[in-house]
Each structure stands twice: as C-alpha cells, then as structure tokens.
Design a protein around this ligand. Structure first.
Ligand code: SF4
Length: 223
C-alpha cells in the first residue's frame, strides 16, 4: 500500500469512529514521531480532542520544550496526566525506583494516571504500530480495552500498518518538525533515565529500559 493509500485508510477509520461513536474521544501522545502524525490526522477532524500526555516528571528537557512548542503551533487541547505523588515525594519515600523497580515506577507514574484519565472517555486513539516492536506485532487497528474499573473503551490505532518510513515521510510532507532527540540517535523516546539509543538495531524500542523490558504497561489489557 502506498503512503497516500495509508493516509486515506487512516483518515477513513478516524472519520468512521467519530461518526459511529457518540462517546467522548481522546488521543494519547508522547510527542514521538508517530504520535505527531496521528495527532495531525485526528485533529484535522476534531481540533479540540483532548491530547493526553503522561507527565511522569522524568522526561528529557527537550521533550518538554517540544511538547510546549507543538501544543502552541498545532493549537492542541493538551491534558497532562500526572501521578498522585510528585517525583520528589516518590524518591524520598521509595528511592530511585526507575533503577531498582522500573515496573513499579511505571505503574505509579504512567499506568495509574493514564487509566484514571481514560475513565472519562469512550474512545482512545493511539499511535501504536505493529512494526515498532515484537510486543506490538499483532495489534489490531480497532480493539476493545477494559480498564481495571471495568470501564470499556474502543482502542483505535489508525497507524497500525504504517512503517517508520511512512511516519517520517508523512511528517516531512506536512512540514511537522520532530523532537530534536532523534538527531542524537534515539529511535524511541520516553523518560530520560530509561531511554538510550537502541541496543538492537532491529528493534527500535530496544533502547527503552536498556532492553530489559519493552513496555511500560499502559497497553497491557487488564484481565
Ligand atoms: S519509564 Fe522509567 S522513569 Fe518513566 S515511569 Fe517508567 S520507570 Fe519511571
């Protein structure tokens, strides 16, 4: 499929979801390349859609600057989702969890705030792509997601079949700048303490958590 066909297909999927689902929709965004392509496509149809950013308190300074710059430039309805405890409170109570217990740190700073935030919505757009990682190879463009509270959402990933090259070509075509950290060799960018350039050139997410784990847990379905 050509990029034009993928854009048409993603646009049609987003339009169909908006017209068939009355519930409030949101889009999660980490301000990485695929997120910017998705946000551009979704806001073209619903400019005021809430753009949820996981404000862990551990992002790179460049990520915060880019988030603010793009929020202003694209007139985004940015919603920062933060943990109940600050970084300082967490570190004084538990130490540096991203070094000793990253799953727990992600649970406190990402999973809990996101799941709490998603409770307000019926549709969740994500920029997940199958090519990103072996852990994402089987994702569906349209899926159902159940929060631990039992609240059900439609989870929509319009870029599921997009390649990394598709994403970059789309951003170039649309004149959307990327987070400057890509110039330094990063291929997947999350919290600063847990992000390095990839350790496996065949897996763009292998620079996350030094390759020790690939997911923070926000895309893992509750049982
Ligand atoms: S990615 Fe690292 S710093 Fe960020 S929430 Fe997870 S463990 Fe903590």
């Amino acid at each position: 499929m050509t990029l034009d066909q993928k854009i048409d297909s993603a646009t049609a999927l987003i339009r169909g979801v908006f017209s068939e689902n009355g519930g409030a929709a949101c889009v999660t965004c980490s301000f990485q390349t695929e997120c910017m392509a998705l946000v551009d496509l979704v806001t073209a149809q619903q400019p005021s859609i809430p753009v949820l950013f996981l404000e862990t308190g551990y992002h790179f300074p460049e990520t915060y600057s880019y988030r603010d710059e793009m929020t202003e430039r694209m007139h985004l309805n940015l919603v920062n989702l933060a943990a109940k405890m600050s970084v300082a409170e967490q570190e004084s109570q538990f130490g540096i969890l991203n070094q000793t217990a990253p799953d727990r740190c992600c649970s406190i700073r990402k999973v809990e705030p996101l799941f709490r935030g998603l409770g307000d919505y019926g549709v969740w757009f994500t920029a997940l792509r199958r090519e990103q990682s072996p852990t994402r190879a089987n994702i569906q463009a349209v899926d159902h997601f159940k929060l631990p509270t039992g609240h059900q959402l439609l989870k929509v990933s319009p870029l599921a079949d997009w390649t990394n090259a598709d994403v970059w070509a789309y951003l170039k075509r649309r004149g959307i700048p990327v987070l400057p950290l890509y110039d330094q060799g990063y291929t997947s960018i999350g919290c600063a303490p847990c992000t390095t350039p990839p350790v496996n050139p065949n897996n763009p997410r292998s620079g996350r958590w030094s390759g020790q784990k690939l997911e923070c847990g926000i895309h893992i379905q509750s049982e």
